[in-house]
Design a protein around this ligand. Sequence first.
Ligand code: GDP
Ligand code: MG
Length: 182
Amino acid sequence: HYIAMQQERLLKVLVIGDLGVGKTSIIKRYVHQIFSQHYRATIGVDFALKVLNWDQQTVVRLQLWDIAGQERYGNMTRVYYREAVGALVVFDMTRFSTFQAVLKWKGDLDAKVALCNGRPVPVVLLGNKCDQQRYGLCSKLPKLDTFSREQGFVGWYETSAKDDTNIEAAITCLVENIMSSS
Ligand code: GDP
Ligand code: MG
């Protein structure tokens, strides 16, 4: 006999970037009502879960880790990064300083977590608030295709948590990379 086995994968994914770029809004947009504030007091980060029927054999339990105010210090503890298998690095398309911080966040991540095989965890770059005026920021931004490839991101998206633009696409891209890299 054949018994169809379903495997379940628990994926810890970090959402990092400067204060106010829209990390919490992105998570809330993506997860909708399944957001839990239950862990805030105990572990000092917000934590949301989305269950995906990834394919016929695989259920993905996607844990999205928010950082709830600690981003003002510009880096996170090793405990926060531990066992993460991927990340979204978010900047605000209307504030250039948040883009300048992107490599600091990526560097902090790569210094503190890696896959079992030693390779860096997959990271997708999000330019959030694309619904808004950019006040000339576009001219300052490097070509994000080139930038993201050179800096080791697996992809990049312009997103809007407000208008629900590319949030699902960006997270799906990340999960596809995670599933094929581990
Ligand atoms: P966090 O500090 O990175 O978690 O940022 P928040 O999610 O708290 O968002 C900071 C502010 O930006 C809030 O006032 C949000 O309503 C706003 N915001 C977040 N995402 C978007 C977006 O896509 N478009 C616009 N226009 N505002 C956004
Ligand atoms: Mg927040």
